[in-house]
Every structure is written in structure tokens, then in C-alpha cells.
Design a binder for this molecule. Structure first.
Ligand code: 5GP
Ligand code: MN
Length: 343
């Protein structure tokens, strides 16, 4: 039995909105991951089954290991041409915002969303959402936004409209956001939800292989290089650091998505509670990924030192400056959060 965690008034308001709408736009966050694409595509399939026109807009491209997802070929990538995305946002009569809590997370598409007159519906699992949504379905305790999309549909009494394609997308989001059920997945409901998805005909083992056994030879070499040459270990602070410059990534013929998951690896070292990965995205821009176990608050680190945010155990941000500047900020983090790291 799956419990109803979403407030009844939100479900009723959403059902009412949907009943009077024809076309919906679904937005998700910059550098979309498995949950961003999974939740958006699941909702897209559901809306289509429901007789609605639906369009997904993401600020920039999804990684290649998600290219197999059903319906992904119809996603509009704002970076590849602004007009179709802006038109879709302007003409929609509902705007769904999935897997992000603030318009700053959707880059320039945020401007079109804030200017659009259509009601905005948030479905998300990040802490502290902006106060701009007409309906805010915000559950930081959920494993993933994909889980929430399942719950919304179920609580609307329309689980019958979840197709196998939608179920594959929901499973992908739950699987990727929980590291294949390694974290944020201790509640029993999630396994009942997985059982429902399996009854829709998904093959979870094939989905696992499509996502996690889909890397290039270059990526394997890059991983080896990173672990052997680039990993710094701070045993007295229970922390680890990985850095990668733009030139190093190019040297390994690295592509978008090739560094996915690398930040989690140092957490496998006994005692390590905090891992930081600094990746030079372009000159003067360093992308920051943070991961932790137990109570160490990555999101506080991201907000305080790296101009970002996220979840307690998985956060991100950026540094405008050199790799050396970013490394200095990491060293500062170890000092500022010394008590939390060593207690
Ligand atoms: P990743 O390390 O995979 O890029 O990001 C992990 C998580 O951190 C994301 O799911 C998202 O919740 C959060 N995150 C990443 N980058 C940012 C950022 O620039 N700002 C905020 N607020 N959150 C971020
Ligand atoms: Mn998510």
C-alpha cells in the first residue's frame, strides 16, 4: 500500500487546472540528469495519454546515456535555438516546473517563465522552493521528482494512464537519483512503486545497463587517470578532492556526461564523508559537484562557498575564477566545516 503524501488540496487544484487546459509545457533544470529527464518525460507521456498537448523544454542538452529514453527526441533544448522554447512557454496554458526549486536553476528560460501568464505548477524534491508557484508540490523527503510524478498521477486516480514508456522514465529517475537504491531510498513505499512500474512491463535490469553500462572506452581511461593522478585524500578531515581541467578532459577525448558519477567514487574510501569534484567547464568557470554521507551538509557548503545549493548529500555550484581559486575554496571548506567533518 502506497501512502498519500501529497496534500489533497494540491491534487484537487491540479486536477481542476488540467481539466481546463489543452497544452502544457514542462521545464526542467540546467544540465538535466536522469531524474530531470525521467520526471519530465513521464509527465509528458501521461499528459499525452490524457489527451493534452505537451512540450518539454530544458536549458541545455541531456547526457548521451539518456538518449534512449522514450520521447526524448521531442525535447526542445533552449541552447540549440531559443524561438521554439520561448514560443512553447508563451503559448502553454500550464507551466510545469520539475526537479528544481528556483527559476535561477533554468538559466535564461527562467525569464520566459516569469513573464508567462499561465499558472505554474512545481513538482520537486529540493529544499526551500521559491514562492512563485501557483501550486507547489514540494517534498524534500522524496527520493526523486520522478517518484513524485508517480504519486501525483496515482493520487489523481489515473495510474491506469501510466504507459510502459512512462514507467521506464519514472524508474530511470528513481534509479539515478538514489544511486541504484544506495541512498535516499530506505522507505518501503519506493519498493511498492517499483513493483507497480514492473507490473507496467518495464525491465529494470535493461534500464540499469542502458544508463550505467553505456560508457565509452575514453571514459574508463579518464576514470583511471582521475583516480591514479588526480585524487587528493585528506584523511584528517575525512574528505577527498578531484579536479579536472578542460584540457585534461579533451586529452582523453572526453565528452559531455563522461564525468558523471565520478564525484561519488571517493566516498568508497573508508572514513571519507565528503567528496568534492571541480571541473573546468570553460575558461574562468569551474563547475562544482559535492557529495557526502550521513549528516554532512553539502547544501550548506554549496550555498556558503560555491554559489549553489542542492540536497544535504548531493549539491552543486560554480566558481567564477581559476582552478586554483576553486581549490582554495575547497581548502577553506575543510577549515570552515572542520567540526562537522571530524565529529
Ligand atoms: P551535480 O553534482 O550532479 O551537478 O548536482 C547535484 C545536485 O546539486 C543537483 O541535483 C542539484 O540539486 C544541485 N545543484 C547542482 N548545481 C547547482 C547549482 O548551481 N545551484 C543549486 N542551487 N543547486 C545545484
Ligand atoms: Mn532530482
Amino acid at each position: 500500500m502506497i501512502s498519500d503524501i501529497i496534500e489533497k488540496k494540491n491534487i484537487e487544484a491540479l486536477s481542476h487546472l488540467l481539466a481546463g487546459s489543452k497544452s502544457c509545457v514542462i521545464l526542467s533544470h540546467s544540465r538535466p540528469d536522469g531524474d530531470a529527464m525521467g520526471s519530465s518525460l513521464a509527465l509528458y507521456h501521461f499528459l499525452q495519454e490524457n489527451g493534452k498537448a505537451a512540450t518539454i523544454v530544458v536549458p541545455n542538452d541531456y547526457p548521451p546515456f539518456l538518449a534512449w529514453m522514450p520521447g526524448i527526441e521531442n525535447v526542445i533544448v533552449y541552447d540549440k535555438g531559443h524561438a521554439p522554447a520561448e514560443e512553447a512557454i508563451k503559448s502553454a496554458d500550464i507551466i510545469f516546473c520539475l526537479d528544481f526549486n528556483s527559476l535561477s536553476r533554468i538559466d535564461e528560460t527562467g525569464k520566459s517563465v516569469s513573464e508567462a501568464s499561465a499558472p505554474k505548477v512545481l513538482i520537486d524534491h529540493h529544499l526551500f522552493p521559491d514562492d512563485i508557484f501557483d501550486i507547489a508540490i514540494s517534498h524534500p523527503e522524496a527520493s526523486s521528482t520522478s517518484e513524485l510524478v508517480f504519486r501525483v498521477i496515482m493520487q489523481m486516480g489515473r495510474a491506469d494512464l501510466i504507459s510502459r514508456e512512462a514507467a521506464e522514465c519514472i524508474y530511470t529517475g528513481i534509479m539515478t537519483d538514489t544511486g541504484n537504491f544506495a541512498y535516499a531510498s530506505s522507505g518501503k513505499d519506493i519498493y511498492h512503486i517499483v513493483a507497480e512500474l514492473i507490473s507496467k512491463g518495464i525491465d529494470k535490469d535493461i534500464i540499469y545497463r542502458r544508463v550505467f553500462y553505456n560508457y565509452s572506452f575514453c571514459r574508463m581511461r579518464l576514470m583511471g587517470y582521475m583516480m591514479y593522478e588526480k585524487l587528493k585524500y585528506y584523511p584528517e578531515k575525512n574528505a577527498a578532492l578531484l579536479t579536472l581541467t578542460y584540457d585534461e578532459l579533451k586529452r582523453f577525448n572526453g565528452a559531455k556526461g563522461d564525468t558523471e558519477g565520478i564525484v561519488n567514487m571517493p566516498l568508497q574510501i573508508k572514513g571519507v564523508r565528503f567528496s568534492c569534484f571541480l571541473r573546468e567547464e570553460s575558461k574562468g568557470k569551474i563547475n562544482v559537484s559535492l557529495r557526502s554521507v550521513d549528516n554532512f551538509p553539502c547544501n550548506e557548503v554549496a550555498a556558503k562557498l560555491f554559489n549553489g545549493g542542492g540536497h544535504k548529500n548531493a549539491s552543486g555550484g560554480e566558481v567564477r575564477g581559476t582552478m586554483e581559486d576553486a581549490e582554495q575554496l575547497f581548502i577553506k571548506t575543510l577549515e570552515v566545516f572542520s567540526t562537522e567533518l571530524t565529529e
